[in-house]
Design a protein around this ligand. Structure first.
Ligand code: HEC
Length: 442
């Protein structure tokens, strides 16, 4: 009797210890997965399957163990020693240990708490990756049929909008029913205050690669002003702005969305648009965007001119001075295509300081990101921005679109089998005290 009692006690204590050691799904694992994986692993996003529920995750636990241990997932390509970012989603060693011990310990569910996944499912149904439902969803009038003929396509869509009043933008995201078809997308918000300009009596879609590309001119009347220019590339999620910052969505106008469809081998429909999230607090500082390099300012000053010879690894540089008053940077968004090998951007000041902007040491076209700073990064007037891009046009680059390698240029038409070296910066005008400001990102 005594012996059995003792054994029970030992077992009880042992079990307590083992239960205490193995992390549980709802308490320990789900918060990590929801923060770091679900922005992509949800219906409609770039990843192939959702990772929202207990079943979603346990079904693939072996795979997950492998990809988190090797740090293949979540993808995060920036060099964190060069600069650290607010949206760094690489897992900490502790997070990896939690996930791995949970899987090795038999993946216990723990006390179910369905609220987090129900909230997420509701947002997925509402078609957003942001933390709440959008205040305004703008979609193309009708879906675009992408032919499975392995051709690239540039297509522009017009989305008219009319609201009761201007609105302060807290966040914006590009949306699509099928992001796997898309190489990249951009959207420009054009205000049209004049009621004499009809927003509807022009074409809704123009295939820039097709015979009716000229119809684009029907939209010239809308393009006198531009409020904002944003975009989506594989790997990016929602664009948000810190407290007091953002831009103002005009109450009337059009959104012109440019979608670059990659070659597809199957016929598919693409339904694209943008979601907007408004805030009631005032916008004291207006967010602006500038694009440097290919397709932007200084395109002609890239040295040497962008010709990437077959079977060579080549490096290009751009130096461009900030001629505006001092600015405070929010985001850096580097962009290259398949031949990209390394991307580095920094600025130098007259005083001899170096300001580190972003470094992606092993560029991977699939994982691009809009990098958000933790604090405003001051770019003083006169500072020189340096952009350096290295391209691998040899057969050793598995992403090389040409086999055998061919001469590749930056022709400004943004085709994905040609190249780009672009740095997009989002900023506000500098204010005293920015040195001590920490952004409160959503
Ligand atoms: C930026 C978007 C993004 C994030 C964040 C992300 N994934 Fe992925 N994941 C993808 C895409 C896209 C694929 C498919 C392409 C590939 O495998 O390279 C993928 C593939 C996978 C695969 C299958 C790998 C294979 O070899 O087929 C697993 C497992 C996975 N992800 C788990 C995770 C986990 C776990 C997290 C979070 C810790 C995560 N992912 C975060 C986009 C993402």
């Amino acid at each position: 009797m005594l012996f059995r009692k003792g054994l029970c006690l030992v077992l009880l204590i042992w079990c307590d210890v083992c239960l205490g050691q193995v992390p549980e799904f709802y308490k320990d694992v789900q918060p990590i997965i929801h923060t770091n994986c679900v922005p992509c692993h949800r219906t409609g996003e770039a990843a192939p399957f959702p990772l929202i529920t207990f079943d979603d995750v346990t079904k693939r636990s072996k795979f997950i163990r492998q990809v988190v241990s090797s740090r293949y997932m979540p993808p995060w390509k920036a060099d964190n020693h060069f600069n650290s970012f607010a949206n760094d989603r690489s897992l900490s060693d502790k997070d990896i240990k939690t996930i791995v011990s949970w899987i090795d310990g038999g993946a216990p569910k723990g006390k179910p708490n369905l609220k987090a996944e129900q909230d997420l499912q509701a947002r997925v149904s509402a078609g957003t990756a942001y933390k709440r439902k959008p205040d305004l969803t703008l979609k193309v009038k009708s879906g675009f049929q992408v032919k499975g003929d392995a051709q690239e396509r540039f297509v522009m869509f017009k989305i008219p909008f009319e609201m009761a009043a201007d609105a302060n933008v807290e966040a914006v995201e590009f949306t699509s029913n099928n992001k796997k078809l898309i190489h990249h997308a951009n959207f420009a918000i054009h205000p049209v205050a004049d009621p004499a300009i009809d927003l509807h009596n022009s074409v809704d879609v123009v295939d820039l690669s097709g015979p009716d590309a000229d119809k684009y001119y029907e939209w010239v009347k809308y393009k006198k002003e531009m409020t904002y220019y944003g975009g989506w590339i594989p790997g990016t999620t929602v664009e948000t702005y810190p407290e007091n910052m953002g831009w103002i969505m005009p109450k009337r106008g059009v959104v012109l969305v440019t979608v670059h469809f990659g070659p597809s081998s199957v016929d598919a429909e693409s339904i694209d648009g943008i979601n907007l999230f408004f805030k009631t607090t005032p916008i004291k500082r207006k967010v602006k965007v500038i694009s440097l390099g290919s397709g932007g300012i200084g395109e002609k000053d890239i040295t040497p001119p962008m010709m990437i010879f077959a079977d060579e690894i080549s490096k290009f540089r751009l130096r461009i001075a900030n001629n505006q008053p001092d600015i405070s940077l929010l985001y850096a968004w580097p962009h290259m295509h398949y031949l990209g090998k390394e991307f580095k951007a920094y600025a130098t000041t007259a005083a001899g300081d170096t300001i580190r902007l972003v470094h992606v040491p092993a560029w991977d076209f699939r994982w691009q990101e809009i990098y958000k700073y933790k604090q405003p990064l001051l770019l003083p007037k006169g500072a020189v921005v340096h952009v350096e891009g290295t391209y691998d046009n040899t057969k050793d680059n598995p992403a090389n679109p040409h086999n055998p390698p061919q001469l590749v240029m930056s022709t400004g038409n943004m085709r994905s089998d040609q190249e780009m070296m672009t740095l997009i910066l989002m900023y506000v005008e500098h204010e005293a005290g920015d040195e001590n400001l920490f952004f409160k990102w959503n």
